[in-house]
Write a protein that binds this ligand. Sequence first.
Ligand code: TRH
Length: 459
Amino acid sequence: MPRKSQPEGSAGGEKLPRKSHTWASNGAQFPSTEGCVILPAPGLCAALRKPLAETSGVSEQPLHCALFCAIVDNFGDIGVCWRLARQLTHEHGVRVTLWVDDIVAAERFMASQGHAKLPAFCEGVDVRHWPSHPGDFAEVLRSDLLIEAFACHLPRPLLDAMGRAERLPVWVNLEYLSAEPWVAEHHLLASLLHLPGAAAARPPARKTFFFPGFTPATGGLLRESGLLQRHDHWQRNVPESRRQLLRRWHPRVAETLAPDALLISLFSYETAAMASWLQALADDSVPTLLLVSQGRSLAGVAAFLEQPLEVGEVVCRGALQVLVIPFMAQDDYDELLSLCDFNCVRGEDSFVRAQWAARPLLWHIYPQQEQAHLQKLEAFLQLQQAQTGPCDALQAASALALGQFMRFWNQGEDCGELWHHLRPQLSGLRERAGKWQQHLAEMPDLATSLLRFCRSQSR
Ligand code: TRH
């Protein structure tokens, strides 16, 4: 079972909750964590409700943000951090330094985003290797906002420097995404920490837990301004936009795509369910073009097709045509999600992006120990059902069928029959996905919420 393994607690005697990957299904553990006091962050309520420009404090000055990212596996951590860093820089004029613990892994991801070599300024974001000398520490300490993405552990020498510093940046642990109800209760709680090297009389440092989420009581979701308009633009003339998109990878496939063909994207983990679904697509009465992203989905598709697969390759089985596509820049991936009839996504960031695309989706949730991920899936399905608003019996039945399909997929069960049942309902589900997108868009986005919080805390 894949799992992110990081030691419990962290340097400096601080004991933190286990990473949400392992404790998310049991939020009750959070406040009872030993070694730290959990408090609500002060002075929040009014400031968080104000528009960003009206919040007081350092709002006139460009902020400096030190964003820390430990790349544990896959591209979820760096993917979220890169997206957040870009948005803070481009939309809010924040000077962002993105500190990554694994420069080689970061380079692999950044190459896919069109940036060749690190360290470098990439689209205005200073992407650097983990701070290691006093000059770096001083720079981090001068920042206004310090974000530890996904409870990553700051380097011990930096914690030492923080323990000696007169002033600390607003310090935030940006947590993993979950729709579980306890998230709203824990969003913006702070822990008080005795940093290594700090004088005994010194007041403890305050670190605030910041949870992204799907309700106004959380930090919201990453959403760049103009994103929904970009989706509208792509979806205005879908057949033509699809042709243009497909031409980038395979001109013949672009020109021969049947008008009634389903377009599906696949970016998932490995699952025993995959073969049954691919077989159902092959047996279907309508043609499907399946766009499989380079990476972990490929092995399952290759096993089903009984041949190795390379980027650019096209293989047909019955009504199913498979095209292997490269790992692309995040903005291009948004376009792909926008133009598909159904998106299989995974983890955290692609899952959120597919919701902004307003198309029905399958969520392959990151597997956790003790099946905790299945509870997270249920929490999302329930929350979505409760918040999408009233719908007729047909729509309700389609939503149930989609939920069941996700359960089967995530548990590695045979999905064939379910797909035959679900596929004719995709257009109804598209309407529902549109409603959901609009509902989510009413909330402040995560970057804005983070800055509003930072300004509310700045002295
Ligand atoms: O890569 P992931 O599986 O990441 C996961 C999750 O974040 C999970 O919560 C985490 O704990 C685990 O990693 C370790 O899936 P995710 O979150 O969708 O991240 C993929 C990133 O890659 C996302 O930013 C979208 C981006 N992407 C591209 O930039 N180009 C592409 O072609 C594709 C398919 C994805």
